[in-house]
Design a protein around this ligand. Structure first.
Ligand code: HDD
Length: 746
């Protein structure tokens, strides 16, 4: 890349100086030859996307080359013992290094996010494949030749920054696309609707769902009186309640979640015509969830379960992908629905307006430094680009104020200067000063217009952002549109669309949550609300609460959507790819039984992990070894989508299996509805010791493979294509729902 930064100018200045660079190519503001070598670690001017190249210029490996210095460059000879008067004497104030070190540490934290404090981020790219020509002028939605750098932060909502990943909560799904026309942030959730309709209620909502103020309990959950008091008193939460009591609120992985922009937005075309749009992200791995018992246990067994899952997948090159889909509604059709498009507690059923997929998001790069790249990322719903606009959704309007505002107290007014927040397109503002301003701005004026040919100038002719000139007329009053007052219809639609096991999980979730409420009035209000959705649901939930009464049956419209169930919904994807399987082996295991399974699973993009009494090489009966990464003690069945028990070459092998931890692993995975497999002489151990009475006796003796209750047995056959194909099929189904249905019947 040519040296193009102007004489005497730092690289930093060249990126941010006033906008005479507006129309110059990217090479103008990245000149690696001019970057001081110690300012960079992994600068590769050619490789990587524009965002990576930009971030690299701000990345520094402090363990490399330079000896330890003070923050201002003085080499330090001693950093482990403070300066003191005599070996046992007082520490002296003079020790600037000691003071600097402790003082910086004292100020290391910034306030955690008021909501969505716990999160994980990754970089990637977005590629449009189906242009929305004629609907918008936004290049990111019309130019299929462009690969746009992307960043996503997933989060829980309720918990603190160090809380567990697997709690029951909506998940934040905040996407930033560093487009050529500016950053576009879609700050969404994995649930397409929200608790409330108006941003003014957000403060009450968050105060109610967060830990109760007197004792700061419970952490990261809504299972408490205040949360359900709020929900009982706010009919507008009825629909969202269904989603958070469903399996959607305990996703299996960030990689297996849908994302939704939630609000109705606008697209604006060349003629200035507006079209309504809702955004959807659909995961290539399908939308799948944990089971509740698993989620509860994982909160302790691996609080980083989702963060680790995302990190490991990206490190392994198994890059998660989503389709960006749009639901398009013509401006003239705005009022044809029985709900208001401006009401964020309602979705547009896909049965009415199909989702059209238009592009693919891929996450392919983990952060280098979590604090600067995940904690300091600052999303704002108002970050849109020309060719788009907002609708008058009152929830969105408040968000457009709140995000910018919160970043000021969280990070500071110059938060846009932080590398992860910078656009990759040229940018120039007349903003000046403020705390921690990082850029020396060489332009002599910071107002518009000015005598220097009016730079920075506005760019209407170059497609500068213009608000959609919506015709507005109305009386100034505190009121919503009339359709905002219907709260039950879509909650019923959701419940009616669930499969039998999903309905059962909703009942259990309500029972769990309300059992943690100690005030009967709270439980009663909640049951009254559930009764409006479905009488039978209310009766089932109420079995756990003898002091509450279920009112008279109210009508349920009986309608279903084909798209909402994760078990049998249209467009759901079932694949073994990306799943994590634990293969349990003990010394003397049969190498001949392991090897074909390992090869077939790896070929199907399954993540295979070996679990053994110890980590490191584990010897098979034939002397070969296999490296185990997990031990029986440091992992649980909850860490895996499925577990496999391999038999041993010797008849004494099953004796080694007779230990509580392993028997529990089989029982637990079985209870969590996971596919299980056993080979050779591990089969009779599963049928006789772990799960006696659940299988027919033949599965132990048959010469062929047998599959019962979602457990695959190969007692005496070689492991070949038939076994691995059947196993992969079972794994791809995500859960053995029949097992749950049997339990429901029981
Ligand atoms: Fe929000 C963060 C999603 C309503 C105020 N919100 C935040 C994040 C996500 C959402 C994903 C985390 C961003 C990140 O990873 O940094 N919020 C939503 C969705 C909503 C919603 C999908 C409804 C459709 N939010 C909402 C309202 C308000 C806020 C109505 C305020 C009136 N949200 C915030 C915030 C946060 C935030 C206080 C906390 C930290 C931050 O913004 O950067 O401003």
């Amino acid at each position: 890349m040519a040296a193009v930064v102007q004489q005497g100018e730092s690289l930093f200045q060249s990126q941010t100086r006033s906008p005479c660079y507006y129309s110059l190519p990217e090479s103008v503001y990245f000149d690696v030859s001019l970057i001081p070598p110690d300012a960079l670690t992994a600068v590769n001017a050619v490789a990587g996307d524009a965002k990576k190249r930009q971030m690299d210029t701000f990345t520094k490996d402090e363990n490399k080359d330079t000896p330890l210095t003070s923050y201002f460059g003085t080499k330090i000879a001693e950093t482990d013992i403070a300066l003191r008067a005599g070996a046992r004497g007082p520490t002296v104030l003079e020790d600037f290094h000691n003071r600097e070190k402790i003082s910086h540490f004292d100020h290391e934290r910034i306030p955690e996010r008021v909501v969505h404090a716990r999160g994980a981020g990754a970089f990637g790219e977005f590629k449009l494949h189906t242009p929305l020509t004629g609907l918008t002028t936004a290049k990111i939605l019309t130019d299929t030749s462009k690969v746009t750098p992307a960043y996503v932060r997933f989060s829980t909502v309720n918990g603190s920054r160090g809380s567990a990943d697997s709690v029951r909560d909506p998940r934040g799904f905040a996407v930033r696309l560093y487009s050529d026309e500016g950053n576009w942030d879609i700050v969404g959730n994995n649930i397409p609707v929200f608790f409330i309709q108006d941003a003014i209620k957000f403060v009450d909502l968050v105060h109610a769902v967060k830990p109760e103020p007197h004792n700061e309990i419970p952490q990261a959950q809504t299972a408490h009186d205040n949360a359900w008091d709020f929900m009982g008193l706010h009919p507008q939460t009825t629909h969202m309640q269904q989603w958070i009591m469903s399996d959607r609120a305990i996703p299996r992985s960030f990689r297996m979640m849908q994302g939704f922009g939630v609000h109705t937005f606008r697209l604006i075309n060349e003629e200035g015509k507006s079209t309504f749009v809702k955004y959807h992200w659909s995961p290539h791995l399908g939308t799948h969830s944990l089971v509740w018992d698993e989620a509860l246990k994982l909160a302790g067994q691996d609080p980083d379960f989702h963060r680790r899952d995302l990190w490991d997948a990206i490190e392994a090159g198994a890059y998660p992908k989503w389709e960006l889909g749009v639901q398009i509604v013509k401006e003239e059709d705005e009022h044809k629905f029985d709900f208001d498009l401006l009401d964020a507690t309602k979705l547009i059923p896909e049965d009415l307006v199909p989702v059209q997929n238009i592009g693919t998001l891929t996450l392919n790069r983990n952060p280098v430094d979590y604090f600067t790249e995940v904690e300091q990322v600052a999303f704002c719903t108002q970050h849109i680009v020309p060719g788009m606009d907002f609708s008058s959704d009152p929830l969105l309007a408040g968000r457009n104020f709140s995000y910018f505002d919160t970043q000021i107290s969280r990070i500071g007014i110059n938060f846009s200067d932080i590398p992860v927040n910078r656009p990759v397109c040229p940018f120039a503002t007349n903003a000046r000063d403020g705390a921690m301003n990082m850029t020396s701005k060489a332009n002599r004026t910071a107002y518009h217009p000015n005598r220097f040919d009016a730079l920075p100038t506005t760019a209407p002719a170059q497609g500068g952002f213009k608000s959609y000139p919506e015709v507005m007329a109305g009386i100034k009053e505190r009121i919503h549109g009339p359709k905002f007052n219907e709260f039950v219809s879509q909650a019923q639609l959701f419940y009616n669309s669930m499969s039998a096991p999903e309905k059962k999980n909703i009942v259990s979730a309500y029972q769990f949550e309300l059992s943690k409420c100690y005030e009967t009035v709270v439980q009663q209000n909640a049951i009254d609300r559930i009764n409006l959705i479905d009488h039978d649901l209310a009766l089932q939930v109420a079995t756990a609460f003898p002091s509450v009464k279920v009112g008279e049956a109210k009508p349920n419209h009986g309608q279903k959507s084909a798209f909402l169930s994760q078990v049998d919904g249209k467009n759901q994807i079932f694949t073994a790819a990306g799943r994590k399987v634990g293969i349990y082996i003990l010394p003397g295991y049969s190498y001949a039984q392991v090897e074909p399974i390992k090869l077939a699973l790896t070929a199907a993009s399954v993540i295979v992990k070996f679990v053994a009494p110890a980590t490191g090489p584990i010897k098979a009966g034939n002397g070969n070894t296999q490296i185990a990464e997990f031990t029986f003690e440091n992992s649980r069945s909850t860490h895996f989508d499925s577990i496999i028990f391999i038999g041993g070459d010797d008849d004494s092998y099953p004796k080694q299996l007779k230990q509580g931890r392993l028997i529990h692993a089989v029982r637990e995975a079985y209870m969590h509805l996971k596919a299980i497999a056993a080979t050779g002489n591990a089969v009779s151990w599963v049928t006789d010791i772990c799960l006696p009475g659940d299988f027919s006796p033949e599965v132990k003796t048959t010469e062929s493979i047998s599959l019962e209750n979602g457990v695959l047995f190969a007692p005496s056959v070689g492991i070949g294509a038939e076994f691995t194909a059947k196993y992969l099929d079972g794994l791809s189904k995500h859960r053995v729902w029949d097992r749950e249905v049997e339990h429901i019947a029981a």
